[in-house]
Design a protein around this ligand. Structure first.
Ligand code: ADP
Length: 480
């Protein structure tokens, strides 16, 4: 069946509120069995030009003139509409990116929640008044950047659209979205839902296509005033370099090598599911995946054995059949992950999960490595697959040194019942988020998210994202 829900024609971009036939197309396959699904448009620099112009027209017209209250109402309506389409969106995402159905459903619900959150927040962004010299009144205004570019990856399209486009629209920006070539279908469906819910023409434009073509054209476009990017470090560097030419701000979320630190006094029954799930959710293709499990030596063998038991029970298979783990997104990603597994040939495997299908999808068995030196490639590089390494440590100081000993710093968690240690580590860990006795806190849209080091800069989610998608104007009035 061709995947064209919501009556979206195949291989079209959404520009200025109209579906525009793409001149060239790209094939889309199902990662669960490699079968052809549909085609998408292969956008060009000219398509990006048109999309940026349409966004500027929206900024100069109905969208730019709208009050914050009305923008918020529209976003809230879009969120409610997304909720009525959760099952369709989940099916679409499962087939397009190979995400197990339950996880795809959670992404659709999260997309709705972002729209509700930012819909409610749109009219609550205020400036401040600043006490100043006699005879002056000084205040600040938060204003939208104007036209914002959004280049997103294939691992969580719906959630990243929610946190990026949702926040940008709430501030009154007009957006040009370039989804990843491997994961465009829910982005296109979302654009149709948003249009049907009353988003003015041109406030959101979607151009599909390749990173080196449509993506690079968007990143370098002189008509955008802010760029938001989630993806690999190498592409993030290229995006920042392109943005530098136009002297525009960028938000970069580039992944991580996020550790969980498990101390002797941890509540292991509570910790165990988090230790494993944070590594294998979405087949490990998660920026905030926890790929390093640091365990204090006194309980190391116990944690390893319990995690190994959990790994042996993990089942990997077609996304729509909703196993614990689905396929990887593509043959390319599978070969990258297998390359890392080869690099682990000198290590001991504590346990692997099972692959329960013969389908020709991009399956890799979840793999847990035992007693990995902190400087090993598998403990340093982002793998983006269902692979975790166990690393023993002796004391708190060593745990911090290992945890902080990579180029990244996105998420970290501490498992300990010692309150003073929790507070010390929350400060000592170099990370954009630190969780204590949990991992991810359910991924709340309210919680500012972003990294330090090569994990990127800028903050998404929560109110922080709205500050990022706005610029601050200071007004100083002399009245005597
Ligand atoms: P991956 O290699 O895992 O696909 P990328 O970081 O390359 O990760 O991709 C994330 C997003 O960046 C995708 O939408 C992709 O099309 C886009 N992209 C890739 N290369 C470029 C580039 N040179 N300029 C702009 N966007 C790019």
């Amino acid at each position: 069946m061709p995947l064209t829900p919501f009556n979206i024609p195949q291989a079209h971009h959404l520009i200025g509120g109209a579906w525009v036939q793409a001149a060239d197309t790209l094939p889309v396959t199902d990662p669960s069995d490699n079968s052809p699904l549909t085609t998408i448009g292969r956008g060009t620099a000219a398509d990006i030009d048109r999309a940026v112009a349409a966004a500027q027209t929206a900024r100069d017209g109905a969208w730019g003139a709208m009050t914050a209250l009305d923008r918020g109402r529209i976003l809230t309506r879009i969120g409610q509409a997304v909720l009525t389409h959760v099952d369709t969106l989940a099916q679409l995402e499962s087939r397009d990116v190979g995400k197990p159905l339950t996880q795809a459903r959670a992404d659709a619900v999260a997309l709705a929640r972002y729209l509700e959150f930012y819909g409610g927040a749109a009219d609550k962004i205020t400036g401040e008044t600043i006490p100043y010299l006699d005879g002056y009144t000084v205040y600040t205004l938060r204003e939208p950047h104007g036209v914002t570019g959004h280049i997103i990856p294939w691992n969580y399209p719906m959630q990243i659209i929610g946190r990026s486009v949702g926040a940008a629209l709430a501030m009154g920006n007009a957006c040009v979205l370039k989804p990843a070539e491997d994961a465009c279908l829910t982005a296109l469906a979302f654009a149709q839902i948003a249009t049907d819910a009353g988003l003015p023409d041109g406030a959101l434009n979607v151009v599909t296509g390749l990173g080196a073509e449509a993506g690079a054209a968007l990143a370098a476009h002189p008509g955008i005033q802010h760029m938001s990017f989630t993806g690999s470090v190498a592409t993030g560097e290229a995006i920042q370099a392109a943005a530098a030419k136009n002297v525009i701000p960028v938000t970069l979320e580039l992944g991580g090598k996020s550790p969980q630190l498990v101390f002797d006094d941890a509540d292991l029954d509570r910790a165990l599911p988090f230790l494993v799930n944070a590594g294998i959710q979405n087949a490990g293709q998660t920026c905030s995946a926890s790929s390093r499990i640091l365990v204090q030596r006194g309980i190391y063998a116990r944690v390893r054995d319990r995690m190994a038991d959990a790994y042996r029970r993990l089942r990997t298979g077609p996304a729509l059949e909703d196993f614990n783990v689905g396929p990887l997104i593509s043959a390319k990603q599978k070969s990258i992950v297998e390359g890392f597994l080869d690099q682990g040939a000198d290590l001991t495997i504590a346990a692997q999960g099972q692959i329960v299908t013969d389908a020709a999808g991009h399956y890799v068995a979840p793999t847990l490595f035992d007693d990995v030196p902190p400087d090993h490639a598998l403990a340093q590089r982002e793998i983006f697959g269902p692979v975790q390494v166990l690393i023993p440590f002796d004391d708190e100081a060593q745990a911090v040194e290992i945890a902080n000993g990579t180029d990244f710093g996105l998420v970290a968690s501490v498992w300990s019942e010692n309150g003073a240690r929790q507070m010390r580590l929350a400060r000592a860990l170099k990370s954009g988020q630190v969780f204590i006795n949990n991992y991810g806190a359910g991924g709340g849209v309210e919680l500012p998210f972003g990294g330090v080091g090569k994990s990127g800069h800028g903050r998404e989610k929560g109110f922080e994202a709205l500050y990022g998608f706005s610029t601050l104007k200071t007004v100083a009035a002399y009245h005597g």
